[in-house]
Each structure stands twice: as structure tokens, then as C-alpha cells.
Write a protein that binds this ligand. Sequence first.
Ligand code: S3P
Length: 437
Amino acid sequence: MYQTQTIKINDENLMVHCATDKSLTHRAVMFASLAIGTSTIRNPLLGADCLSTIDCFRALGVSIHIGEKRLEVSSSGPNSFKTPEERLDCGNSGTTARLLAGLFAGIPGLEVTLVGDASLSQRPMGRVVNPLAEAGGNYTYAEKEGYLPLTIKGEELKAQNFTVNKASAQIKSAILLAFVGSTAKIKITLPMGSRDHTEKLLRRFGANCHTQVSEDLEIVTFQGPCPAVAGDYSIPVDPSSVAFFAVLALLRPSGRTTIPSMLDNPTRTGFLKVLNRMNAGIVATPSADKDAMIEPTLDLSIEGGTRLAGTVITEDEIPSLIDEIPILAIAAAFAEGPSRFCGLGELRVKESDRLAKTKELLDLAGISSQVEGDDLIIEGGTQSVHSFRYDPAHDHRLAMCGIILGSFSKEPSEILHPECIEVSFPNFFKELEKFGL
Ligand code: S3P
């Protein structure tokens, strides 16, 4: 249990180092494991989710050494992956389970069973299994149809045109990874806007992968095999982790906060656009990093004591800020005037039902909000926050939201199971101390 302290006037200029990117670390481990030779991943996120991905590849025979702020991955490529004796534990990580369910389906001869923790075992797997089964993917659910545990037998997959009805990077990436070793030509049509790291990595290796945009649809074509080559990856800071400290930095009474080296990718930085539309005035400048990052980065400068204004977040903006909605809801609570977040249905199947749990947190703190269908409406203009006791249901992002919101109540608040923050932001508490919390 974590007990919050009330934020005090602290006009110091702060430099906050947020966790590095979870999505990119997962993918770097995957591509390094597919390549023959030794790759180095600098500044990987060593949170629990990425450690699950690392352990899955180790179980297939890939050597992964965890050093000081780096991983050394030595692999003989997918043809040498051995069928593991044990089931592969994806822990709490949806990205591990879904991307590996795709990748392993296209490696003939491999047989694995994926399992997860209680939360992951309730998250839908059909969204990747169903389309890939149509292309010849061999999947068996061990217990409940549509959920982990899931057994995958690798096969030669057939060329296919996939139509996906969600703007989901996990579905898109699972399909692409299933075909990295194949010559079959595929086309994926899906709503616009989901993160594009897998496509970017495929292109980095010279793969025949193209994206076209037609009205509000994204069409990704790919024909493998993808020649993954061993090399160096340097992982930037995770926008999804930055969002927590960006909001805290705006809401603290005064002082400037600098957050360096955040991944600059429009499919991930929607929260910045929304906060600036709310009057945040966050200044983002390209970083002068010495390390060649896997994708470009920005340094942020944020002034405390900013008066935010309410906003409308439209459904088409959601993919670019899908993991930042709970913390943006807290920013909206303190903004002048109401805010509306449209089309949040996907939040119901994240690590918890994040729509219901965000509303619960706001209710406990005495902040007025309504859920209308899949929309969240927040009244805004919050002057005082009740102290509360909140169970984030082992959801890392909700636990961080609870802690930040609790720092604005006069009396201490209690957040249960704060250790779940380890999933994505192991140094969260260390950085929080800089704010005197
Ligand atoms: C992720 C994609 C998103 C995001 C998740 C990580 C990824 O999920 O919510 O935390 O790394 O591909 P969806 O693609 O299902 O929206």
C-alpha cells in the first residue's frame, strides 16, 4: 500500500528521467532474437513486461545477457529456436502474448504454449488468433476459447488480405511478425493511427513493407522474408511514462520541469498535442543525443502552475494516446470547463477495465464525471480532491494515476499494490521524490 503526501510549493527547476520505451524494447528483443549474431540494446526498459519477453526468448535458446543499461542478445535465428519444455509465461504483458502468438505461428516446427497472469488470462486473444488462423495458423486454446493458455504450432502460412476493425498495433504487429520468415504477400487494412514501430523496424532491415493511407484507413503491405540483421538499438524514453510526469509538472504550483529524450513518433505523442490544445504550452525541441536512437527524440520543457482548459478528444485521436487516457482524465479534472473523451471502448480490455477504473478513481476523489456509452465526460474546475483509498486492480498505469491524484488531496490517500508499477516504470518512485513527494 502507498500513502500519498500533499504536493507543496516547490519552485525548483527539475530534470526528470522517465522509463524507456516498452513497445520499442519488446520489439528490439524480438528482432534481435530473429537475427543471426549478437545485437546490443542500449537503455532497454527492464520493467516486468519486457522481462517476460526476454524470458520467452531465453526459453527458446536465445542467449540474452542483462548488463548495466544494456542487453546483449545472441541468437542463431528462428530456425534454431527450440520447442521449450515449459509453457512460456507472458506475465501481465499483452504485447508479449499477442506479438509472440503471431511470430511463433509462422515458424514451422516450433510448438509453444503461452500463459499469463490473472489479468492477461482475461484479455482477448481472438483478435490475433482469428485472422491468423484463416491464413493457416495452428492455434489451440487449452482452457477457455479466446483466452490464454494458448498453444501455437508453427506452420507455413498462406498469403492473405487481412481486414482488421480496430486501430491496434498489437494486431497489426502480430500479423506482420507471423510472416517475417515467409515469402507470402500480405495486405492489412485497418483504421488509421496505431503505433508503427514494427513497420519501421521491418523497413530498417530493408524489408518490402509499405504503408498507404486511404481516407481514414491504413493499408500495410508486406512480403518477406525480412532479413533481420544483428546490430545496435538505442531505446528512447517512453511517451506513455512521460505523460504522468508531464501532467504532474503542469499541475504543480510553479517551477520548470525538463524531461529529456522522449520518443518522437506521431503515433505515440497524441497526449502532447492534447495537452497543448488545453493550454499547457509544453515546449518540445529535438534532442541533441549522442546515441543514435532507434527513432528520433524530443526534450520537453514544462511550466508548473499552468491553467489548463477543457477539450474534446475525438475517437480518431485515441490510438495515438491509448495508454495516456487515465492521466489525461486527471489533467482534465483540473482544467477550466468540461472535457469529453470519445470512443474509449478499447480501454475496457486493457490491463483492467480502465474506463470503469478511471471513473472509480475520479468518483473516490470527489471529481464529477460521467460515462456515456464509450465516452468519458469530465466536468473540470476541480478545486479540492477528497482523500481516498483506491485499488488499481494491479494495473500499473492506474496505480500511477492514483498516486499523482492523491498528491493533490490535503489528507493522505492510499493506493493498494503500488508494486505493479514495476511493469512499465521501475524508477517511478525515485523520480517522484524530485517533486518532494
Ligand atoms: C502496444 C499497443 C497498444 C498499447 C499497448 C502496447 C504495442 O495496444 O495499448 O500498451 O506495443 O503494440 P493496442 O495495439 O491493442 O491498442
